[in-house]
Write a protein that binds this ligand. Sequence first.
Ligand SMILES: Nc1ncnc2c1ncn2[C@@H]1O[C@H](COP(=O)(O)OP(=O)(O)O)[C@@H](O)[C@H]1O
Ligand SMILES: [Mg+2]
Length: 259
Amino acid sequence: MSNSIAIASGKGGVGKTTIAVNLALTLSQMGSKISLMDADFGLANAHIMLGINPKRTIRDMLKKGLPVEDVIETGPNGIKFISGGSGLIDILNVEKNSMFQLINSINPIEKYTDSLVVDIPAGASDQSMTFASAVDKLVIVLVGEPTSFMDAYTFIKSANLEYDIQNFSVVVNMVDNEKSAQKIFDKFQNAVIKFFDANLTFAGGIPRSKKVQNAILKKAPIVLEKEAELEKLAFQRVAKNIIKARENKHNGIRFFSKS
Ligand SMILES: Nc1ncnc2c1ncn2[C@@H]1O[C@H](COP(=O)(O)OP(=O)(O)O)[C@@H](O)[C@H]1O
Ligand SMILES: [Mg+2]
């Protein structure tokens, strides 16, 4: 049975898409069949990082009712990719029912998917929360800045209190080393556990790296580069921790009809 993983953050610009794309590719390098869905409509840019130019997007599923099979493309390393398009202002405020339909219409990819990775919009909007509560595993991307702490806190508060999500894996991006990532995580966890009954686990840090930036400029994901051992190791560590992470088992509309 396929599982699903969402990459979320409170704040934008923290590296959510970078992590979604490279995590998907790392899991695929580790031998899993991976599909990646760019559900960050409006700011959809995973296709740019993957270096592909999709013919069809989620917009065609939402607006024209096209089946997922007509929209899904093959990306690097054989991963399957569902694009969110770009600048789709008219689908920014997708109604809950349409999102539920979209989540259900992904089911056919289960045949060739071990794990679905979903890049979801920043913030604690209805849209983000619908996707966050539709997956088995929820990953929060954090950076060591007060604004990121505040926004990640708000996201977890809403996810935990309003959507009954208990388990969160935290990736700390743009760090100097693993020790400082752990420190940032500890500080964040202390702030959160005081107030909520949420289970946060540290999934690892991703180094702040010029190579990551260059890979984005080159439209060639960092984990496919030859000379990026440190970055690749970081993504492998994160991938292994996410494989081990606890699943959320609440009721409601879920990917692959798990409800
Ligand atoms: N580990 C990193 N090291 C250096 N720069 C990074 C790293 N991760 C992300 N960035 C930079 O941050 C920018 C925003 O990342 P992106 O993944 O688009 O964030 P989000 O999806 O959260 O908005 C990237 O264009 C890149 O320049
Ligand atoms: Mg993004």
